[in-house]
Design a protein around this ligand. Structure first.
Ligand SMILES: [Zn+2]
Ligand SMILES: [Zn+2]
Length: 356
């Protein structure tokens, strides 16, 4: 059951009540300039639980504190911080866990994350180093010219340097994917350890399913258990929870999803179309960078990285399944780095075709 939201416009504070009377407050936060994220504060069975923390960057933590103050007064508490029992992280991306260093100083709340994203939180500096190395290799093979590559890495590092390692208290498998009335479903793809969290008739899905935009995809070669193949399987997995018993699904960045099943179908459709288009483009040999500029046009700033990663995820998906081959093997043997992909038209590979 849903109580009446304060307002339905995007990026607003709102309150909800589950069928079994758990109270949920949605707190809007400016994670980065022009980029909003939500945290959710949940009151259930005498527990106070925060789902995601925002980025910790700029005014983000001030937005969280403002939300806490509003909830403190609604709930008649002396302090939210002092009474916070758990912080549950949907996935190890900075816009969802970057507020943890601040919260760790202010609260005694126990922090949980899925084990496949554990190192993003606890070994952050090492993770950046390894990610930069893998990203560099990927961009070289993708055919990104060196000046642009260095600019992409620079922008990547500026964003990633904003957080630091934080301790974690437990992982979700260690508690059998259940905490009181919360249940966890592992949905790898957008991140390796992404989870969807169920509470009564509500779901918290982080970035696994979003309204209005398809969640960003990375090639799995950057991090195992990411990648489009895992992501699409995880959408199938979530579909089993997307039944009539689910009243609403909360996302990390935009408005509540009222019909999860149909949103999942739409997102699968977006990827099916993008895969088809990638195959069409690669009727002629091309690099990931060339496919990317055909798929997404000329983009600037952080979008350069996002579009090439998204394209890389689609090319990788098709290559893994034998629908693409590499057409410049001879040159690669001679030391050339960019890979030229080309559609194979292999009748066996074509049997599976694209996901949906
Ligand atoms: Zn994310
Ligand atoms: Zn996010």
């Amino acid at each position: 059951m849903q109580s009446v939201p304060v307002t339905k416009s995007p990026h607003t504070f709102a309150e909800f009540t589950t069928q079994k009377a758990a109270r949920i407050y949605r707190i809007p936060m400016l994670a980065f300039p022009n980029f909003w994220v939500y945290a959710y504060l949940v009151f259930v069975d005498e527990m106070i639980v925060l789902i995601d923390t925002g980025s910790g960057f700029g005014d983000c933590t001030a937005c969280l504190e403002e939300g806490f103050e509003r909830i403190r007064s609604i709930e008649g508490l002396a302090s939210v911080m002092d009474n916070l029992d758990y912080i549950l992280i949907t996935h190890g991306h900075i816009d969802h866990f970057g507020g943890l260093p601040y919260l760790a100083e202010k609260t005694d709340a126990k922090v949980g994350v899925h084990e496949l994203d554990l190192r993003n939180l606890t070994n952050y500096e090492e993770r950046i180093l390894v990610s930069e190395r893998r990203l560099r290799e990927f961009l070289l093979e993708a055919g990104v010219e060196s000046e642009k590559l260095e600019e992409i890495i620079r922008v990547y590092l500026v964003n990633k340097m904003l957080s630091k390692s934080v301790p974690v208290d437990f992982t979700y498998n260690a508690i059998n994917m259940q905490l009181g009335r919360f249940e966890f479903l592992h949905v790898p793809g957008h991140s390796a350890g992404h989870v969807v969290i169920r509470l009564d008739d509500y779901l918290f899905c982080g970035d696994h399913v979003l309204n209005g935009i398809s969640p960003h995809q990375w090639p799995e070669r950057l991090t195992l258990n990411m990648g489009l193949g895992h992501y699409l399987s995880s959408l199938d997995k979530l579909e089993r929870w997307a039944d009539d018993d689910i009243a609403l699904t909360f996302s990390g960045h935009n408005e509540v999803i009222e019909n999860l099943s149909s949103r999942i179908t739409q997102i699968k459709g977006i990827h099916a179309k993008r895969l088809e288009r990638t195959l069409d483009i690669l009727s002629e040999p091309g690099t990931v960078a060339e496919v990317s500029s055909q798929l997404f046009g000329e983009v600037g700033g952080y979008d350069v990285l996002l579009s090439i990663e998204e394209t890389g995820a689609h090319v990788e998906y098709l290559y893994q399944r034998g629908l693409l081959g590499i057409s410049n093997i001879g040159e690669i043997e001679q030391g050339s780095v960019p890979l030229l992909y080309q559609r194979l038209n292999d009748p066996v590979a074509e049997q599976m075709r694209v996901c949906c």
